[in-house]
Ligand binder design. Structure first.
Ligand code: CP3
Length: 345
């Protein structure tokens, strides 16, 4: 078997510049792929799909088989953790996730953490299956949501509605901090178990890092993430960790510098050069093509790819989107993006 140092993604995350850059896409297994929609139709609910190791492994490998990405990301979801803690998560077609909002409950009850981790065992089995099937030059990525992002879903009961979660953070700091402590520990255990099951790289999706006043950004994003990274390391995991503070703007600099993540993923709104100046020298960066270009295609896509390659040319770079691929994206445009990134067109 080829050594892990043969993986382009790992070399970049350890600080080497690789040309052409390794490439994968957030949400690369998803509804823009006909083979995913076919598999999805055979699965039960979305979470049943996530907890079915053979199907989850197949979904994980679909974009690798079709496009040959440098990394596979485990097919799962950031909301498996609240679900495993006994906060049942449902997905409503066309609307997204729904949970019973914690904001409306005066006393919180969560299932025991050890039980919750046992409920996540199918995720680790899926990782083992993928790692066994995946060619050794490609990396497998495991992930969690950032503690604040997962907390916002648990508090509000759905995505997008963060005002209630923010009001709660101001009004009930003790209860919110206790929730973050629980999520940090669960997330650390979940990341460590994914690494043990064969994940070579870990990513933290902090999808709701936007529009937080600086003191809140520090308390809700930087400090819990720092605690999470430390805890993962204390559990003996040395896989590189990518942090993705979506929408953090200038604060992505503090996130990259202070949390202990090994690499920083940038959204498509991030200005690369000014951010680079606030980060440790040579910090690996990932990003940040606008996912809408995969719907538009053509010259706009080609120019977009070239602009991303140029913006990240002065350091270790992992090519990715600035956020997840959308269901409207055309698989032919994904193939064209890969050819342009790899200089094959
Ligand atoms: O990247 C990958 O391909 C790996 C799998 C993955 C999924 N979700 C599968 C999924 C990953 C890494 C996620 C992360 C995730 N989940 C995030 C963070 C990234 C981001 O997009 O900001 C968040 C916020 C969630 C929560 C979530 N899951 C939402 C809001 C939704 C509904 C919106 C939507 O796109 O449908 C989901 C469902 C979901 N997670 C789907 C997939 C493939 C679609 C469900 C389906 O196929 O019916």
């Amino acid at each position: 078997m080829e050594s892990k140092s043969g993986m382009a993604l790992l070399r970049v995350l350890r600080g080497q510049r690789v040309n052409p850059p390794p490439i994968w896409m957030m949400r690369q297994a998803g509804r823009y792929l006909p083979e995913y929609r076919e598999l999805r139709a055979r699965a039960g609910s979305f979470l049943e799909f996530c907890y079915a190791p053979a199907m989850a492994a197949e979904a994980t490998l679909q974009p690798i088989h079709r496009f040959g990405f440098d990394a596979a990301i485990l097919f799962s979801d950031i909301l498996t953790i609240p679900d495993a803690l006994g906060r049942r998560v449902r997905f409503i077609e066309g609307e997204g996730p729904r949970l019973a909002p914690l904001i409306e409950e005066n006393t919180w009850r969560f299932d025991d953490s050890a039980l919750a981790l046992r409920r996540l065992a199918p995720v680790y089995e899926a990782a083992e299956r993928v790692r066994a099937a995946l060619d050794p030059a490609r990396a497998l990525i495991g992930f969690v949501g950032g503690p604040w992002t997962v907390a916002t879903y648990m508090l509000s009961g759905k995505g997008g509605e963060r005002e209630g979660a923010r009001r709660f953070a101001y009004a009930e700091p003790g209860r919110l901090d206790a929730l973050l402590v629980l999520l940090v520990e669960m997330s650390a255990q979940h990341l460590a178990a994914q690494a043990k099951a064969g994940c070579d790289v870990l990513q933290i999706f902090e999808s709701w890092a936007e529009m937080l006043p600086e003191p809140l950004f520090r308390r809700l994003v930087i400090e819990p993430t720092q605690a999470l990274v430390r805890r993962v390391r204390a559990l003996g995991v040395d896989a590189p960790i990518i942090g993705f503070p979506r929408g953090a703007g200038v604060s992505a600099g503090a996130y990259g510098t202070e949390t202990g993540v090994d690499a920083l993923a940038l959204d498509h709104g991030a200005a690369v050069a000014p951010l680079r100046r606030t980060l440790p020298d040579g910090m690996p960066l990932q990003g940040n093509l606008d996912p809408e270009l995969l719907t538009v295609g053509g010259l706009a896509l080609e120019n977009g790819v070239r602009a991303v390659l140029a913006a990240f040319a002065d350091g270790p770079h992992v090519f990715n989107l600035g956020h997840g691929i959308t269901p409207q994206a055309d698989p032919a445009n994904v193939a064209a993006m890969l050819r342009w990134v790899r200089g094959e067109a």
